[in-house]
Design a binder for this molecule. Structure first.
Ligand code: PMP
Length: 421
């Protein structure tokens, strides 16, 4: 049924109405072509829909489920916390042990200067909080960001989003934002003593996996040092082992002044954070007091889940196999219709001729029969495109994906390409 038909159909009451109709009629829609799969279970690297169809999940909630769906240790931590307390008070007033334990584990695994964690309820809120912090600390207003960057959808984050098409419909936005070209050494010279902060994704995700060139991030860091500008690295999508090291910035020999985290931070629960040196972070506590506040930031259940997920990542050394799995994907994804593959760890962009081709392939992968009761049928494969690179297929699976699952998923992709989907 077309969305229009559903929207125009009379409300038939809870008895006769399908979940699909309820979704389309009563849940705010983000696009006019939602996937509309009704998922009833997810485990590890697999998902099942209401018809019993099985999917290999190659996107893990878009870089959220790094330890897989419903990891037993994460589930156990959530259940333990449920038995103690849920929300008790706005963020920042009470001592909540899931928060303190998680802040300790995060900072123990970060450079010494990143020692204070401000928990938020989402990634975009982490971006907002960090922008405010840099303005307070430097007394400056200019924010430098990069073309094709994505930092969230609220108005501050939208102001620094690196694409005019997406920004333009919502003007007026934040003033004094300058967009530079990612990987341009020349543009770095445009950062001045007026610039409060530079915000960059360590590896640009929605641009279709764009990796900083040799020494580019180092040069950016040096320019920030020269001009007294704070460097904010957004690792909301690329942290927690995704790129083959726990933090992506480790690979480029730089340390940011502020690190933005989200997505995998909550182990499948909603959680974000900006992390800085305590001296810097303290700017938000006075003059005015309550410089950044929220109700749900650092929710105890989310922190318990995130803490368990990071422990799994570290204890099981999931990062160690990321490069090998990347190579397996790349070696198996060889086909004349694939124009290019850009990757760093398990963040992979498979480029096709154009967005239409990519869309057809994504749809065809979802159409694979996936009958979980019949051993002869292949599961469907769940993939996606990138916001600023719609011609690229997104592969960012849970890091626990097995070599068997990788081979099976790649076979299905290649068969689809052979069929000229
Ligand atoms: N930064 C990056 C790099 C992201 O990928 C995202 C989410 N796609 C965000 C920020 C915003 O996070 P959230 O959707 O949790 O607000």
């Amino acid at each position: 049924m077309q969305n229009d038909e559903v929207l125009n159909s009379p409300f038939t009451g809870a008895g006769g109405i399908t979940n699909r109709q309820l979704f389309l009629n009563h849940v705010g829609q983000t696009s006019d072509s939602p996937l509309c799969l009704e998922i009833v279970k997810a485990e590890g690297c697999k998902m099942w829909d209401v018809n019993g169809k099985e999917y290999i999940d190659l996107i893990g909630g878009i870089s959220v489920c790094n330890v897989g769906h419903r990891h037993p240790k994460v589930i156990e931590a959530i259940k333990d916390q449920l038995d103690k307390y849920l929300h008790v008070m706005v963020n920042g007033e009470l001592i909540l042990s899931p928060q303190t334990a998680y802040a300790k584990l995060l900072t123990d695994n970060l450079p010494a200067s990143l020692n204070s964690v401000f928990f938020t309820a989402s990634g975009t809120e982490a971006t907002e909080g960090a922008m405010k912090l840099t303005k307070r600390f430097t007394g400056r207003t200019q924010i430098v960001a990069f073309k094709n960057s994505y930092h969230g959808s609220t108005q501050g984050s939208l102001s620094i989003m690196g694409d005019e098409y997406w920004r333009n419909a919502f003007r007026p936005l934040l003033p004094d934002v300058l967009h530079l070209n990612f990987n341009s050494f020349e543009d770095i010279g445009l950062i001045t003593g007026q610039t409060a902060c530079v915000i960059a994704e360590t590896i640009q995700a929605e641009a279709g996996v764009v990796i900083p060139e040799n020494n580019w991030l180092k040069t950016l860091r040096e320019r920030c040092n020269e001009t007294g500008t704070l460097l904010v690295l957004d690792e909301i999508q690329c942290a927690f082992g995704r790129n083959g090291t726990l933090w992506a910035f480790e690979q480029f020999d730089v340390v940011p002044d502020i690190l933005l985290l989200g997505k995998a931070l909550g182990g499948g629960m909603p959680l974000g954070a900006f992390i800085a040196d305590k001296k810097l972070m303290d700017c938000l506590t006075n003059n005015p007091v309550l410089g950044h506040i929220n109700t749900f930031g650092g929710h105890p259940v989310c922190c318990a889940a995130g803490l368990a997920a990071l422990n799994v990542l570290l204890d099981d050394n999931l990062v160690a196999s990321v490069k090998e799995k990347e190579q397996l994907f790349i070696s198996l994804l060889s086909h004349s219709r694939i124009k290019k593959i850009r990757s760093r760890g398990l963040m992979i962009a498979v480029e096709f001729e154009n967005a239409e081709t990519n869309k057809k392939i994504i749809d065809a992968l979802l159409q694979v029969s996936g009958d979980s009761k019949s051993p002869d049928t292949s599961p469907a494969v769940f993939t996606d495109w990138f916001l600023f690179a719609p011609q690229c297929l997104r592969i960012v699976p849970p890091l626990v994906i097995s070599n068997e699952e990788i081979k099976q998923a790649c076979n299905i992709i290649i068969e689809c390409l052979d069929r000229k989907a």
